[in-house]
Design a protein around this ligand. Sequence first.
Ligand code: BTN
Length: 257
Amino acid sequence: MFNIEDFQKSRQGTFGKELHHFAQLDSTNRVAEELARKGSAEGVLVVTDEQTTGRGRKGNAWYSPPDENLYFTLILRPFEARLHHVPFIAGLAIVRMLSRISIEAELKWPNDVLAGGKKISGLLIQTSIEQNRLQYALLGCGLNVNTHSFPGQLMEKATSIRILKGDGVLREHVLASLLFEFEQLYGRIQEMSWSDLCRQVESASSMVRNCEVVVQENGKTYQGITHGLDPFGGLIVQLPEGRRIFYAGDIQSCRKN
Ligand code: BTN
C-alpha cells in the first residue's frame, strides 16, 4: 500500500500536496476528471495502488497490477497556448528523475519514455474544452517501478526500475522526485520558448531528429527520416514523396542515421 506519510515527507514543492489515494480504482484519470470538474486546483493528485481498467493511448489498456508501480493523474490548468508543451515537459521530468537514480532513459515521440529500449512509462493527456476555452488538463502517468516480470508479450516491450536496477525502490520516493522535476519545468512553461523546449526534447530523444523511422498512422505505414518537431509538437518526417507531419501515430522502429 502506498504510504502517504512517506510521500508527503519526501515531497518538495506544491504539486501533490493535496493527494487523493485509493487502494483500487478503474482509472485515476476518471477520478481526476470528477475532481477537476468540481473545481479542484492545479497540482491536485490522484494516486492508486491498482487500476482495474487502466487506460492507455489509442484505447489500449495500461498494465496496472496492485502495489507494484505508479499510476497517477495530476490536475493541471495550463494556458491553452502552452498545452502542447505539457507532454514533452512531463516526459523530460521522467527522464531527469530516472537519471537521478542512474537510469538512462529517452523520450519516444509522442508520449512514451523508454529505458534499455523498452517502455518504462507512458503518458495520457486528457483535456476539457468548454465554450472554446481550456478548462483543465489531466496528466495521467503510468510508471513501471517494481514489476519484475510482465505477462506474455509485454515482457518483450516493457521494463521497470526494478528490472533495470536489479532492486526494488519505494514508489513514494520516486513519485515525490518525479513531481518535483515536473513542477520545476512546468513553473517555467511561460518563459521557456518552444525552440528551447525542442532542444531539450531533442537531446533527450534519439528519434526526433535524423533518425530513420517507420510510422504507423491510421493503419498506414510510412518510412522516412525525422526532422524535429513542428510548432505544435507534430513530428516532421521526410518521406520519399515529401515532408509529412504526424500528430499521432506510433514509431515502430528507428535507426540512427
Ligand atoms: C500509454 O502509453 O498508452 C499511456 C498510458 C497511461 C497510463 C496511466 S496510469 C495512470 C493514468 N490512469 C489511466 O487510466 N491511464 C493513465
